[in-house]
Structure formats: structure tokens, C-alpha cells
Design a protein around this ligand. Structure first.
Ligand code: GLN
Length: 495
């Protein structure tokens, strides 16, 4: 059977069980697709030997009737996850040559469940960015094109390699991470599904830290059903992460009933931006109509502190990053600068960090150090923490009033051209996160679902925000929106 790489996780799982093909065949199909897709720069370290070994083991498990849902399914892993013996660079030059001695909890869970690792995926350096352009490997490229133009478009960021790989069918699914939108924005830009679970659902152990109070991992998949299947394998309590929640993990797939009758969906009025493109506003309105037609009740809600979310995020995230990134000092990991005669430890730190970190990372470290400095700590960092509490309370109030989920656009525009925003001032890039950062600040689950095409033929996504720990309910509402939207478009192959 050809085109096995085009299958969804659920299709491939069912086919494997019926004996229609083997995991080795699925793996071969994906590796061939990866080989032919160098122009997308999505995979940055391929691991075919590991993949075949895992695929053979998975085939044996399936034959023995001992196969969890993810068994035998080939996936890609974002370069932010520590993978034992396999380069893990967080797309940074400072981690050049770093091969962890350990496996992250999430990849351990995926591999224990029989998943097959095809390789590591491109991303923004240390997950800082919205376009994949801060990567030391060079940017990943979206498989999508704007109309008949051949302008190279961004797959979004920071999980841009994951998004490009899944939407171009180089793998069946991929891991992503989301600190301010890095799963949901690239998913929206490339017509796939991405869910950031509740903070504490997925272990952060072995995931290179960006901003620890915001970082969460999640799946990036071709359907909501696939997101449910993969999320279940990824989450669960982990003693090695003190912020990991000790809660049972539901069978998310079993909760996809498609029945959303009586669910109350909130439409936050503050998300209707003045300069919102007409087609995004229309997509949002139509999404609400579709949920209504499926039996949900649509209510207008207010999240009054939304306008402070971006500035709050861009104080808290850099503050935590400046602290987390202090460990890259040329002593413990990766790159170390060559010193001139007479230079000592201070020059070694300075030169190593100047050479190893890219500009955006340096900017974040400087902003973070500034807002945490004694003279400015109260004015910026502490103020931001207080505003964060208010943003969280906005959501708590709305949920307490009976709202089950909130519908918003996922991004303020469809994908832009590479260079189009990165060459403007950094604030333009930060504005990409306007609909997603609130969710990280409040620790809530959020999912992006492809919902339509722009006038230029690019995917556009809608975001659903759920109650804490209610990923099952959120996935079910997303499943209903997905069915009503009937999004089936794929990028036309040019690579
Ligand atoms: N684009 C945001 C940033 O640059 C979010 C990144 C992320 O979620 N990792 O910080």
C-alpha cells in the first residue's frame, strides 16, 4: 500500500491491528517522505536506525496482541525534548553537540507505548519565536503556498518543524511545546490540530526549559481524534516534575461522543480586535454558528484584563527564561568559546553566551534580567505577576458562571511570508500570540482546530479554551467543531 505516511494515527492504528501493513512499512513510507522533503527543513536530525528498531519491536508487540494505542506509529519529536543519545539542541548553537544521557518523561511514555521516533524537529531557538526563524538550523518552511505565489511562508513557531512535518505528511503526528502559543499558532498556520493541555498535565521533565511556569507539551496531529489518542499517552503524574498533577488520565478518545447539546460556549468580546482581518472575524462568527447548530448555547462573555496579557507575558516569560538559561555557561553543556591568552572564566562565560545565543534569545535574557533586577523587580516582575492573577481570575469567573468552553480565533492572521515580520520590530512578531498567551498565563487547556481557508488559500484555525483538567470535554467540543467545519484541504506538493 502506498502513501502510508498520509494516514492519521487512528487510521494507522486500526490498519496495524487488522494486519493491513506493518509498522516497518509505515516507518519506511515516512522516512521516504522525509528524504524527499529537505526543502521544508522540518526534520533536523533523522534517526532511521532507532525508528526501524522500534518499528520491529512494535510489530512483534502487535502480533502478540499486546499493543497500546500508539504502538507502531511513526512520529517526530520537537528538538526541545531530551532524547537519550540523540542530538538535542533546542535549535540553539549553544547546545551544539549535546546528546543527553537521559530521556524526557514524555518521550519515555511515547516509546514505552510503542511509538516510533523518526527524528528531531526544527523549532525556534529555545522555543522563542512565532515563525521558526530564530532556529540555528535555519527556518522550517510551510508546505502551504499563498495562491499561485511561490513566496516561502512560515509554518509558524516555535513548533514550526512539527507543524510543517505533520501537514506535509512526513510523519503521522509530532510532539510540540507551548509557552505562549507555540503549539496552537503553528497548528493554525498549517491546517492541523494542536492542543496545549492544562499546566501540570504533561511532565516537563527532560523538556529544555524556556519559562517554567508557562511551558507545557502537547500533541500536534491531523485530527482531533489523533490529539485525544496521543495526549492520553503523553500525560500523567511524574514524580520528577514537582508541578506535575497527580490526577487520573481519562480515556480521551472515548469521550469524543460528538454530543455537545446544552454546552455553553463563551465568545469573549475583548478578543474582537479593532484591526482584525475580515476573514478572521467571519471564521470566528461561522465557528460560533456551527457550534450553535450542533446544540451548544452561545453567550457573549467578558475577559476584561485581556489587554494586559501580552505585556504581562513578555515580562514573565523573559524573566523565567533569563534564569533558566543561566545554566548555559560553556562549562556544563555544548558550545564553549575559545579564549585568548590571559582571558579567564568571566571572558569564557561572556564569549560563550555571545557566540552561542541568537539575537532573540539574547534580547529575552536582557529583558528578563532587567525586570528581575533589584531596582525594577516590583515595578515590572511583581506587577506582571499580579496582573497574571487577574487574568486567571477573569477565566475563573466565566467558568463559575457556567461557561464550558471559550471560542476565539487562534491567530490574528493566516501564515505570513518568511522575513515579512521578522524584519519588522520584534513587537510585530509578539502580536501573533495575542489570542494564545492568556491561556498559558491562566494555566488552561487550549486547542486549535483548522476551520477554513483564507482568500489566498491558506488554513485558518479557531481556538477553544477549556476548564482546567477538562481536556476530555474540550476535545469533544473541538471534535464537533472539526466535523462541522469539514476542513479537508492539504497543501499541494511543490517540494
Ligand atoms: N511566540 C511566543 C514567544 O516567542 C510563544 C513561544 C512558545 O509558546 N514557546 O515567546
Amino acid at each position: 500500500m502506498s502513501d502510508l505516511n498520509k494516514l492519521t494515527l487512528s487510521e494507522a492504528r486500526d490498519g496495524l491491528r487488522k494486519g493491513d501493513y506493518t509498522s516497518v512499512e509505515l516507518t519506511e513510507a515516512c522516512l521516504t517522505a522525509i528524504e524527499g522533503a529537505g526543502a521544508l527543513n522540518a526534520f533536523v536530525h533523522n534517526t532511521p536506525e532507532i525508528a526501524f528498531e522500534q518499528a520491529k519491536a512494535a510489530d512483534a508487540r502487535i502480533a502478540a496482541g499486546d499493543a497500546p494505542a500508539m504502538c507502531g506509529l511513526p512520529i517526530g519529536i520537537k528538538d526541545l525534548f531530551a532524547t537519550k543519545g540523540v542530538p538535542t539542541q533546542a535549535a540553539s548553537a549553544i547546545l551544539e553537540g549535546f546528546k543527553p544521557e537521559y530521556e524526557s518523561t514524555i518521550t519515555t511514555k511515547l516509546f514505552d507505548a510503542g511509538s516510533v521516533m523518526l527524528g528531531k524537529l526544527n523549532m525556534d531557538e529555545f522555543a522563542m519565536g512565532s515563525s521558526n526563524e530564530t532556529s540555528t538550523y535555519g527556518n522550517a518552511v510551510s508546505p502551504w503556498r499563498r495562491g499561485n505565489e511561490d513566496t516561502a511562508l512560515t509554518p509558524g513557531g516555535s513548533s514550526g518543524g512539527s507543524a510543517a512535518a505533520v501537514s506535509a505528511d512526513l510523519c503521522l503526528a509530532a510532539t510540540g511545546t507551548d509557552t505562549g502559543g507555540s503549539i496552537r499558532q503553528p497548528a493554525a498556520f498549517t491546517g492541523i490540530v494542536g492542543i496545549k493541555p492544562t499546566y501540570g498535565r504533561c511532565s516537563r521533565w527532560g523538556v529544555v526549559a524556556f519559562a517554567s511556569s508557562l511551558d507545557q507539551a502537547g500533541p500536534m496531529t491531523k485530527s482531533v481524534r489523533d490529539a485525544a489518542i496521543m495526549l492520553e499517552t503523553m500525560c500523567g503524574h511524574d514524580m520528577k516534575d514537582s508541578t506535575s498533577a497527580d490526577l487520573p488520565v481519562p480515556n480521551f478518545e472515548a469521550l469524543l461522543t460528538g454530543d455537545i447539546k446544552g454546552k455553553k460556549i463563551g465568545i469573549p468580546k475583548e478578543y474582537r480586535l479593532d484591526n482584525m482581518p475580515e476573514e478572521i472575524a467571519k471564521l470566528w462568527d461561522e465557528g460560533a454558528e456551527k457550534l450553535k447548530a450542533a446544540g451548544a448555547e452561545i453567550v457573549e462573555i467578558s475577559l476584561p484584563h485581556t489587554k494586559y496579557a501580552l505585556p504581562t507575558y513578555y515580562v514573565i516569560a523573559p524573566a523565567e527564561a533569563s534564569s533558566n538559561l543561566a545554566r548555559y555557561d560553556g562549562v556544563r553543556y555544548g558550545h564553549r568559546a575559545t579564549l585568548a591568552e590571559g582571558e579567564g572564566i568571566n571572558e569564557m562565560y561572556e564569549k560563550t553566551r555571545a557566540e552561542g545565543f541568537g539575537h532573540e534569545v539574547q534580547r529575552r535574557v536582557m529583558v528578563g534580567t532587567y525586570v528581575l533586577s533589584a531596582g525594577f523587580y516590583d515595578a515590572y516582575y511583581n506587577k506582571a505577576r499580579k496582573v497574571r492573577t487577574l487574568i486567571k481570575k477573569d477565566f475563573e469567573d466565566v467558568f463559575a458562571a457556567g461557561v464550558d468552553a471559550i471560542l476565539t480565533p487562534a491567530t490574528p492572521s493566516p501564515a505570513f511570508g518568511l522575513g515579512e515580520v521578522s524584519e519588522a520590530d520584534p513587537i510585530q512578531m509578539y502580536l501573533n500570540d495575542v489570542f494564545t498567551v492568556t491561556v498559558n498565563l491562566a494555566g488552561l487547556p487550549g486547542i486549535s482546530v483548522p476551520a477554513g481557508l483564507s482568500s489566498t488559500g491558506l488554513p485558518m484555525g479557531l481556538q477553544l479554551i477549556g476548564k482546567p483538567w477538562e481536556e476530555g470535554d474540550l476535545l469533544n467540543i473541538a471534535h464537533s467543531l472539526e466535523a462541522a467545519s469539514g476542513f479537508v484541504s492539504k497543501p499541494e506538493k511543490w517540494w
